[in-house]
Design a protein around this ligand. Sequence first.
Ligand SMILES: [Fe+2]
Ligand SMILES: [Fe+2]
Length: 270
Amino acid sequence: MKLLFLGDVMGRAGRAAVSQRLPQLRADWGLDFVVVNGENATSGAGLSPDHAKALLAAGADCVTLGDHAFDQKDMLSFIETEPRILRPLNYAKSAPGKGARLFQAAGGRKVLVAQVLGQVFMKRPFDDPFSAMDQVLRAHPLGGLAQAAIVDVHCEATSEKMAMGHFCDGRASLVVGTHTHVPTGDAQILPGGTAHLSDAGMCGDYNSVIGMDKAEPLRRFVTGMSKGRFTPAMGEATLSGVYVETDDRTGKATRIRMVRQGGRLEQAGP
Ligand SMILES: [Fe+2]
Ligand SMILES: [Fe+2]
């Protein structure tokens, strides 16, 4: 299967890049399944139902969220009506929606997608992501119930994301980090056959501080004083993420390539 995962879509610039580029990439690269992280798509904070619909219409088969899952309050009810949106498995016991789901792909194939939140340097203490992920992977064996499995590990620390990669090695097709908005350069296939990238980066304007217009973050760093709110940077976005090919029989990865399309970053693709 040919899989594409795109990192955190950041504000209007990120949404525009997904809408303008993803339909063509889907066709050009013959993609079978696309996951897009949408936790910052609406003004950098959360995902509104309208913007969720736009990401799905552009070609996302699944939209994952993150610690900002419910910043847009309408998502609390919308997620119950739209099964293609996932929030983190270990977000909160009472959270609406689901953290993992088996999706149908072309040719009767099934793709498991799951998202977990890390614990290191995160603002709120979330439940153990490793035991949560273990349960889901045991229930959906790769090469059995699922022809491919994609894990979005939403954390601050690269150490925790790499640890999750090894924890899932051989049990998932792809374990990819999100949340930090800067792509790491460590795309690899782990010894057990799981593709891994510590962070997918953001789909946003990189002439910014992690997707926000740089003036206010710079002011706060330099002077320690704030003068206004953070607002998403509006220049042309780079679509940033990872492309993976898998073997349908085993579900394991056979090829991994970083993806950077458009905008300011050095370009990359399959
Ligand atoms: Fe996040
Ligand atoms: Fe994010």
